[in-house]
Design a protein around this ligand. Structure first.
Ligand code: HEC
Ligand code: HEC
Ligand code: HEC
Ligand code: HEC
Ligand code: HEC
Length: 493
């Protein structure tokens, strides 16, 4: 009874949706109902839930505040924009609502900058193997340490116990979440049960018993709603700038009840806690996303060549299909103003060097087609176009098909500042669809009598180089999704 009363109090007073429902009104920001010590630090779970800590420490959610990209965008742009422009005055606090939720609920809306700004790309737990072999890790650990994760290696990687906003989206935050304050999960509308004397951790184990905390079975943890709380976002202009859970609802996976957890927290056997029983069914916690282990092979690229032998000096129509998209939402998803997938067709030599680039044919049916062909036109802005410096839009070789969302600000200019988007146009890939791209290959006369190799390559990246450069952070690698090759003979003249 007492608890129900408290939850209702939290529902009505909690600031979770305050900034959404009051986009214009600054009057009386509610007194915070919490302080940071209402939650346990991730470190407090190490002793008993070792593997989960190891997983989570490698994940982006453990870096949602300390991430180098987040830090740059937040401090270089959003904090300043919010101070200057009444239209986005709550935008900075809003970032904290999802990226450092315990700080948000404690009223710490501009937390201190962390000493260590990290990212999956430069600080990571060795998990899984494919990341390491792809040469994307700089852990400073030798192979033995990498192969035998121990408390010692963990300390090397996470030397500081995270105790402030740097906790990011952490164990106790998720496991203290009870429900959402609206029917639809979005914009950090969580309802939490945290505070003095409140020590219940929720999930879906059967008959758990723990010496350190109470446990409770909660259906929220088996549902995509938990994720939608932060993976759906409406910006100050009412635009859905993230909609991963809503995209998922439109797929067959939702119908079959294959939730986010199934792919991002895959089930496995083992002990959820050191002193607990072996269980056939519990969940990995590394929340893999747009990284190599996940992105590789997630869509199929197939190059269709109508004939085995072509005539030099003629134009040969070619087609590429993209199919078997194995995501539970559109591809790419999440921060779609940043994430890109693109397709390149070229004639290559045996070493893979490009001999001839074949540009995609424009699609006259689509009035927005120019946004979906790679271009380095100076037409993108890191924030609103009225007060930030212009950047090259795609920072990629020109003329290739690109699958992306383009965010436009109130001047109709391309912006990477999602808090300023008033309109989004996009052509992202859907699970289950087959996308067809058309090409016209001008067969060079001088290649008469040779055999050549045509190669179609689909790649993914997390942000444009131009954007990384202006943010002052490391450029993100380009990851191979899939590729197809065909050898074609060019007839003698
Ligand atoms: C002293 C050891 C200990 C510590 C410290 C500890 N736990 Fe647990 N926890 C357990 C045990 C034991 C279980 C039950 C495991 C089982 O039954 O398989 C458990 C179960 C859980 C569950 C499952 C609950 C359910 O109903 O399904 C969650 C969630 C959880 N712990 C979260 C946490 C978090 C978050 C922390 C850190 C703030 C933490 N625990 C710290 C021992 C501990
Ligand atoms: C983004 C939210 C989130 C974070 C952060 C998170 N968990 Fe979980 N955790 C879940 C969900 C969801 C489940 C249940 C998955 C399911 O049932 O499909 C779960 C399950 C568990 C369980 C029950 C056993 C199992 O694997 O099913 C334990 C114990 C647990 N988490 C501990 C932790 C600890 C310790 C941390 C921090 C290192 C942590 N969790 C971080 C969401 C989270
Ligand atoms: C309290 C807010 C919150 C909740 C709840 C939450 N997330 Fe996240 N999640 C984030 C934020 C913020 C990031 C981005 C971290 C960064 O890169 O700065 C993120 C990142 C991720 C990523 C990494 C994506 C990538 O490629 O960088 C995955 C995967 C993910 N979340 C899955 C989930 C799943 C599955 C759930 C539900 C079980 C969930 N999240 C619940 C806030 C949340
Ligand atoms: C059928 C498996 C599957 C399901 C279900 C699924 N995902 Fe994913 N998700 C993937 C794969 C594969 C990727 C990597 C490709 C990509 O980046 O889209 C991914 C990528 C992501 C990313 C990184 C985005 C990017 O492109 O950089 C986020 C965030 C994410 N998922 C969140 C979610 C959330 C939240 C849900 C539930 C609403 C969910 N996923 C459901 C398979 C799945
Ligand atoms: C409703 C929750 C929510 C709000 C509000 C929010 N974010 Fe995020 N943010 C996320 C999630 C979830 C992801 C992960 C999506 C993905 O990986 O593609 C993310 C990803 C990011 C990333 C990409 C990190 C990387 O390393 O690639 C940056 C940067 C970022 N957010 C900055 C911000 C800023 C700045 C604000 C405030 C203007 C903000 N976010 C507001 C939920 C939110």
């Amino acid at each position: 009874m007492k608890r129900t009363a408290q939850i209702i109090l939290i529902v009505s007073a909690c600031c979770g949706t305050f900034f959404v429902t009051n986009p214009a009104g600054s009057a009386g920001r509610a007194e915070p109902k919490h302080t940071m010590d209402h939650w346990d630090d991730p470190y407090d779970c190490v002793g008993c839930h070792w593997e989960r800590i190891a997983d989570w420490s490698s994940s982006q959610m453990s870096r949602s505040y300390t991430g180098d990209f987040f830090q740059a965008q937040f401090f270089k742009y959003v904090v300043k924009d919010a101070a200057r422009d009444p239209a986005v005055k709550d935008a900075a606090a809003d970032c904290i609502g999802c990226h450092a939720p315990s700080a948000f609920l404690s009223g710490v809306l501009t937390p201190p900058e962390p000493a260590l700004k990290d990212n999956f790309w430069n600080q990571a737990w060795p998990w899984p193997d494919s990341y390491r072999t792809a040469g994307q890790l700089k852990t400073g650990l030798d192979d033995k340490q990498l192969n035998e994760p121990s408390r010692q290696t963990y300390r090397n990687i996470l030397p500081v116990a995270k105790q402030g906003a740097d906790r990011g989206v952490f164990c106790d935050f998720c496991h203290s979440t009870v429900s959402t304050s609206d029917r639809q999960p979005f914009n950090h509308n969580y309802v939490v049960d945290a505070g003095p004397g409140r020590n219940t951790k929720r999930a879906d184990l059967e008959f758990p018993w723990a010496p350190y905390h109470k446990t409770q079975v909660s259906e929220l943890f088996e549902s995509a709603d938990l994720c939608g709380i932060c993976h759906n976002e409406q910006n100050p202009f009412g635009v859905w700038v993230k909609a991963t859970q809503q995209e998922w609802l439109e797929t067959d996976y939702a119908e079959r009840d294959i939730v986010c957890q199934w792919c991002h927290m895959p089930p496995r056997e083992g002990k959820p806690a050191k002193m607990g029983p072996e269980r056939p069914w519990n969940h990995a916690h590394w929340f893999g996303g747009g990284f190599s282990g996940f992105v590789e092979g997630v869509a199929r690229t197939k190059l269709h060549v109508p004939q085995e032998t072509v005539t030099p000096g003629t134009t040969v129509p070619l087609e590429i299909t993209i199919s078997d998209i194995a995501t539970g939402h559109l591809f790419p998803t999440g921060s779609t103003e940043e994430r890109d997938v693109w397709l390149r067709l070229a004639v290559v030599d045996v070493e893979g060097h490009e001999l001839q680039h074949i540009p995609v044919e424009p699609n006259p049916q689509d009035p927005n087609d120019r946004y979906f062909i790679t271009s380095n036109a100076l037409e993108a802005y890191p924030s609103h176009s009225d007060h930030s410096d212009v950047l090259a839009r795609d920072s990629l070789p020109e003329g290739d098909r690109i699958y992306q969302d383009v965010f436009l600000d109130s001047n109709g200019k391309v912006t990477f500042g999602q808090w300023y988007a008033v309109r989004i146009i996009g052509n992202r890939l859907e699970p289950g669809e087959t996308r067809v791209e058309k090409y016209s290959w001008q067969v060079p006369r001088q290649w008469a009598g040779r055999a050549v190799r045509l190669r179609a390559t689909l790649k993914y990246r997390r942000m444009a180089d131009s954007h990384a450069t202006i943010m002052g952070i490391e450029k993100r690698p380009h990851l191979l999704v899939s590729q197809d090759e065909k050898v074609v003979r060019i007839a003698a003249r």
